[in-house]
Design a protein around this ligand. Structure first.
Ligand code: KIV
Length: 290
């Protein structure tokens, strides 16, 4: 059962900083313990991002992850029973072919426990967004540096750096809002452009690498906690170094096993004295009788 103070889509949709709201906080999570930690920290939204592909499943980009894998991890997050809104990320090719496929794939994520879905792209996604909204599935948009377009963009590059592209981004954002999106992720765009988009919309923007002028911020769980050290994007701030701490802890366990210090008496189950003696007698009588 959902917690009574559950964060909902309408409550997120109303969170405009320009109207006096507190900035939204979103973090990714991919399993029940991650969801419980994020929820205990009081975030507003948990994104089961397709970054799953890179930070958990070991792929080099997000293109390999499937709807089934996203649903598997969405279900794990939902079993953490968070009060935060659970956002299921639609993977590449799950919303590109037809509106029917799009709704069917989004429904998989909703049945797994997502309360809404996120998809990447601008005005060309409007038919898909309208079909989802029509099927009562709330949609969060995602504009700017959209990692699923990495080949088309020529890599992970900051977007909308020229005025024409910035104006096109504002037009895309308005098209998504008009189609029914309740919020929008803005990734990898100059802060002035993010401010323009944020000011142009009634729905909140959630930035990542988009500066402080958005209505909220999102980061990837493994980046916040310092588990991911293969890449260090400029926009990431690490709040812990759990990657190194994990290696230290597992090394200490290995050293204790090898030196015979683990397990110690306090980590071992013991028989009562009577039972131990009975077993010893049994062992010795069998031994002496043979
Ligand atoms: O998949 C993801 O983690 C994302 C965020 C970076 C916004 O889409």
């Amino acid at each position: 059962m959902a917690p009574s103070d559950q964060i909902t889509v309408p409550s997120v949709a109303a969170r405009k900083v320009s109207a006096g709201a507190e900035p939204l906080v979103m973090v990714t999570a991919y399993d029940a313990p991650g969801a419980r930690q994020a929820d205990a920290a009081g975030v507003d939204m948990i994104l089961v991002g397709d970054s799953l592909a890179m930070v958990v499943l070991g792929y080099d980009d997000t293109l390999s992850v499937t709807v089934a894998e996203m649903a598997h991890h969405t279900a794990a997050v939902a079993r953490g029973n968070p009060r935060a809104l659970v956002v299921g990320d639609m993977p590449w090719m799950s919303y590109h072919v037809s509106t029917e496929d799009t709704v069917r794939n989004a429904a998989e994520l909703v049945r797994a426990g997502a309360q809404c879905v996120k998809l990447e792209g601008g005005a060309k996604r409007v038919p898909m967004i309208e079909a989802l909204v029509d099927a009562e599935i709330p949609v969060m948009g995602h504009l700017g540096l959209t990692p699923q377009s990495m080949h088309a963009m020529g890599g992970f590059r900051v977007q909308a750096k020229e005025s024409e592209a910035a104006l096109a981004l504002v037009a895309d954002a308005k098209a998504l809002q008009h189609a029914g999106c309740f919020a929008l992720v803005l990734e990898g765009v100059p802060d002035a452009v993010a401010r323009m988009v944020t000011a142009a919309l009634d729905i909140p923007t959630v930035g990542i690498g988009a500066g402080p002028g958005c209505d909220g911020q999102v980061l990837v769980y493994h980046d916040v906690l310092g588990f991911e050290d293969r890449m260090a994007p400029k926009f990431v701030r690490r709040y812990a170094d759990l990657g190194s701490q994990s290696v230290e802890a597992i090394s200490a366990f290995a050293a204790d096993v090898r030196s015979g210090v683990f397990p110690g008496p306090e980590e071992t189950y013991h028989l009562s004295r009577d039972e131990a003696e009975a077993l010893a007698l049994y062992g010795s009588s069998r031994g002496s009788g043979s």
